[in-house]
Design a protein around this ligand. Structure first.
Ligand SMILES: *Cc1c(COP(=O)(O)O)cnc(C)c1O
Length: 374
């Protein structure tokens, strides 16, 4: 009988041959700058999601440390048992106010928020229509829910409308899934348009705002999900929407019910970061303008997000480009299937408010060298 390890070795070899094996590298991330140290060498990185540089902001770090002093290291139990410390309510009020919703609910992570909300809203006999580019955790939630799942071409309203016309009537409830800012492309969904389409077909709209927070204007949707771990620089996730929705999630979202509450340090740090985000709009503006400078050089249209895809093609070529940049002291992770569709392996360049003009010049110089080899 084949031993587990023998079977896994064969699977790993197959992945490696396709250029799809993933490796963990260890990084020492220096404070207050987009520099990372790997195996003794310092790199300027364009791969983080800490878009506003708040992960290492002194007020955010102090908030986390003060919370540990008061509340200890962990929450000690799920929120429904003993773990619902007061930092949760404070952050939820602030998040709801910022998102313009009645209420918000903090989950253990963005991943848990998405799978928890989707499985609590739809089930077998219902229909989910998901943009082709939505994040893996929305798709995992969709699969787990038992609803029929169909995908519409990325941001293609004609395709969404035709799927609704064909399939809506055979299902009881319908949930449309999209993102405010798409994680691997940095472009935006036409949310107001989708909301109107949803309303006219008696469907609900859920928008994952993981990469939009701080960058997109307020929008309305039946369900908004998000993370505390990108622009807010901490860890955790949330759902925002009506008070009734939050009451329902507290009773029904399994990833909320059956998982330990976040440590108070994560929650308090996220709240401190949210306050800075609100009082310092110049941070997002800086990241946006640096990103647009890169887009211009790459011949791409202006955008509002700090995410810039440089599509390369095969996984091997994307890895090669990533290693070439590394030799020049620039760290940009290659992104390969299944994170992105086959044939679109890429360098996902992300900019943060802690990058300087000089950092951008260094990046653009290094990109010249890979352009020659592409
Ligand atoms: C990162 C991400 C998530 C998951 O959030 P975590 O808090 O890291 O679990 C969810 N959705 C999108 C679009 C993301 O990019």
């Amino acid at each position: 009988m084949p031993v587990l390890n023998d079977i896994l070795k064969i699977r790993l070899e197959t992945q490696e041959k396709a250029g799809l094996k993933r490796h963990l590298s260890t990084h020492a991330i220096e404070f207050l700058s987009p520099i990372t140290r790997h195996e003794g060498r310092d790199y300027l990185h364009f791969s983080g999601n800490d878009y506003l540089g708040l992960r290492t902001h002194p007020h955010v770090m102090q908030a986390a440390m003060a919370a540990i002093d008061i509340h200890g290291a962990g929450a000690g139990a799920s929120r429904l048992v003993l773990g619902n410390h007061k930092a949760f309510g404070e952050l939820e009020i602030a998040l709801a106010a910022y998102k313009g919703t009645e209420s918000a609910l903090v989950f253990g992570s963005g991943y848990l928020a998405n799978i928890g909300a989707i499985t609590a809203l739809v089930e077998q006999g219902d229909l989910i229509l998901a943009d082709k580019f939505v994040h893996a955790c929305m798709l995992d939630g969709a699969q787990l829910s038992g609803a029929t799942v169909k995908r519409f071409a990325h941001n293609d309203m004609g395709h969404l409308t035709s799927l609704l016309a064909t399939h809506r009537s055979a299902h009881s409830n319908c949930l449309i899934l999209t993102e405010s800012v798409f994680s691997m492309d940095g472009d935006c969904a036409p949310i107001a348009e989708i909301q109107a389409i949803a309303q006219s077909h008696d469907a609900w709209l859920m928008v994952d705002d993981a990469h939009g927070l701080g960058f997109v204007k307020p929008f309305s949707a039946d369900v908004i999900s998000g993370t505390l771990s990108k622009a807010l620089g901490s860890y955790g996730g949330y759902v925002a929407g009506s008070s009734v929705l939050m009451q329902h999630l507290i009773s029904q979202a399994r990833s909320f019910i059956f998982s330990t509450g976040l440590p108070a340090s994560c929650v308090t740090a996220a709240n401190a970061a949210l306050n800075i985000m609100k009082s310092s709009p110049e941070l997002a503006l800086k990241a946006q303008s640096l990103a647009n400078r890169i887009r211009k050089t790459l011949g791409q249209a202006e955008g509002i997000s700090p995410i810039i895809p440089l599509i390369i093609g095969t996984p091997e070529a994307a890895l090669e480009a990533s290693y070439t940049l590394r030799e020049a002291g620039i760290w940009i992770q290659a992104i390969r299937p299944p994170t992105v569709p086959p044939g679109t392996s890429r360098l996902r360049i992300t900019v943060s408010a802690s990058h300087t003009e000089d950092h951008i010049v260094q990046l653009l110089d290094a990109l010249q060298t890979i352009k020659k080899t592409l």
